[in-house]
Structure formats: C-alpha cells, structure tokens
Design a protein around this ligand. Structure first.
Ligand SMILES: C[S@@+](CC[C@H](N)C(=O)[O-])C[C@H]1O[C@@H](n2cnc3c(N)ncnc32)[C@H](O)[C@@H]1O
Length: 288
C-alpha cells in the first residue's frame, strides 16, 4: 500500500507524462456488455485508465477511488461527471454497492491485495468483471531501458526491475473463485518516442525516481538525462512497452450455486404439496 499522499505532489506532471493504455485492449477489459454499466476505477489517479476505458461505454455510472487527494482533484477536473472518492479502495469499494466492472490501472501492486480482492468479489454481481492493466517498460527488448533499470537499481533504495512480478492471473482466480484457466490474459507491445527532456520529465515524476532523488539528490536527474542522450536518435528516445491485461469474470453459477439446493428442495416441496392436496380431495370425494 502506498503511504497516504505519496502521489499528491506528482499529479499534474504525472498526467502529462504517463503512458496511456492501448485502445485495442479496452474491449477485452469491458467484455460484451456496453450499456449502462456501473464501473469502478480503483486507484484511479488522474483518470488515465478512464481515458482508455470510457470511450466504448454507453451511459455508464462511473466511480473513481484514489487515496491521494491531489491525484483525485486532477482526475475530477478531467472527468467531472465521475463520482470521485478519496480514500483506500479496500474500504470504499464495499460502500458502492453492486458493480459490473472494476478496473485497476497501474495500481494493483499498491493495494492490500487480499483485502481488495475480497472487496471486489463482494461487489461484483453475476457476470461482473475485474480487470487489471499495466504498462511495463520492456527492458528485456531494449538496451536503453535495460540501462535505465540498472541506474534505478543502483540509486533508488529497494528498487529492482522485477518489483511488479506478481502472479496476477493466479491471484485474480483465487480472489474471485474462478478457475485460473478462465482468467483472460492479453498483451500488447508498442513503443513511444520522446524528446530527451520529456524522458527526464517523465522519469522525475515516478515514485522510484523520487526515492532516488531523496537518496542521492537532484544530480540523479542529470544521470537520467545523460543516459537518455546517449541512447537517443535525432534527440528522440524510444521507450518500448508491453501492456498486460488480466480479466476475471464472476461466473453466474458461482454466486447462485449456493441457492440451487434450496431451489430444488422448494420445487420438490411444491410438487409434494400438490400431490397431497389432490390425494386428499380424492379421499374426501371417496368418503362422501
Ligand atoms: C501509478 S498510479 C495509477 C493511476 C491510474 N490508474 C493510471 O492508470 O495511471 C497508482 C494510484 O493508486 C493510488 N493508490 C495506491 N494505493 C491505493 C489504495 N489502497 N486505495 C486507493 N488508491 C490507491 C495512488 O494514490 C495512485 O494515484
């Protein structure tokens, strides 16, 4: 979980520099239903995930939750018709009622995940979906990004390039009680070109770099600039991303399964009552 307010001072610049999500993955997150969905963006930040998710939806009711008042304020300016909640998603989600779709963009790793998954399982109705999406810098395929990860690992306390290695498919499956084979996993590979100054700007607004600056001072940004410059072509740095999307759907049987034995017993009882009633009326007729 992030300390309250860790993102507060980053909001405006965060929104300016953060990569967006590839449009082709939005439909997979949403699923076949598009009309009047009740949607929650968990860890919504400045609404970058909403920019991605909302265009295909018709008349959605949208709630956005973020622990940082600064991020939520910036998001509210962009999406005033969304209901913004400031606080912990684990606590606020259960107060919103039944929902169709919960999405967490670049935020899942910050949560108390067991508590979040329990809240999501309680909030989603039959056919409801939980989608987790994240942009990962593809350092395995890029010398620039591999060097950048090395710099962060050297100077940002506690940072390792594998910091988000969570088995998301397994956690969603266990959290929502669906088979892991039913969790949809999709990826999209893409790249963004950026001027060296923008690369430094983007870098300076990440929490990992903020930690490095705290540890070694503002000179760290000069290291970033030098690194970007040495890998740039015509002043542009290429940043390779692999976007990962995981979606788990609460199947109808799962929530209604428990009520099946009761339904069967009630039907049997009804048949039995009808039989008894007809036997009784035959017996009365016979006696007369
Ligand atoms: C990296 S940002 C992602 C923002 C946005 N979803 C996006 O796609 O760019 C993570 C956000 O999660 C929020 N956050 C972290 N832990 C949280 C929690 N337990 N409850 C609510 N929000 C949380 C942070 O304040 C931050 O705005």
């Amino acid at each position: 979980m992030t300390p309250n307010g860790a993102f507060d001072d980053l909001a405006t610049e965060y929104d300016r520099y953060r990569p967006r999500y590839p449009a082709q993955l939005a439909e997979a997150a949403i699923g076949p239903r598009r009309n009047r969905l009740k949607v929650v963006d968990a860890g919504a930040g400045t609404g970058i995930c909403l920019e991605w998710l909302l265009p295909p939806l018709h008349e959605p009711e949208v709630h956005a939750i973020d622990i940082s008042a600064g991020m939520a304020r910036a998001g509210q300016e962009k999406f005033p018709s969304v209901t913004w909640h400031v606080g912990q998603v684990e606590e606020i989600l259960p107060t919103i009622g039944e929902v169709d779709l919960i999405v967490a963009g670049q935020a899942y790793q910050w949560f108390d995940r067991p508590a979040f998954l329990a809240a999501a399982a309680g909030a989603l109705h039959h056919g409801g979906r939980l989608a987790v999406v994240q942009n990962n810098r593809d350092h395995a395929s890029s010398a620039t990004l591999s060097a950048y990860e090395g710099l962060l690992e050297a100077k940002s306390p506690g940072y390792t390039r594998g910091y988000r290695q969570i088995d998301i498919a397994r956690e969603l499956a266990e959290g929502l009680g669906v088979p892991e084979t039913e969790v949809l996993a999709e990826t999209a590979d893409w790249a963004q070109q950026m001027a060296v100054a923008d690369f430094v700007g983007m870098s300076s607004r990440s929490t990992q770099v903020q930690r490095a600056i705290k540890a070694v001072g503002l000179g760290f940004l000069e290291d970033v600039r030098r690194l970007a410059q040495s890998h740039a072509t015509d002043g542009q740095v290429s940043i390779a991303y692999r976007t990962e999307l995981f979606v788990a759907e609460v199947l109808s049987q799962q929530k209604s399964w428990a009520s099946y034995p009761l339904k069967i017993e009630l039907s049997l009882a009804l048949v039995l009552c009808t039989e008894i009633k007809s036997l009784a009326s035959q017996f009365c007729r016979f006696k007369r």
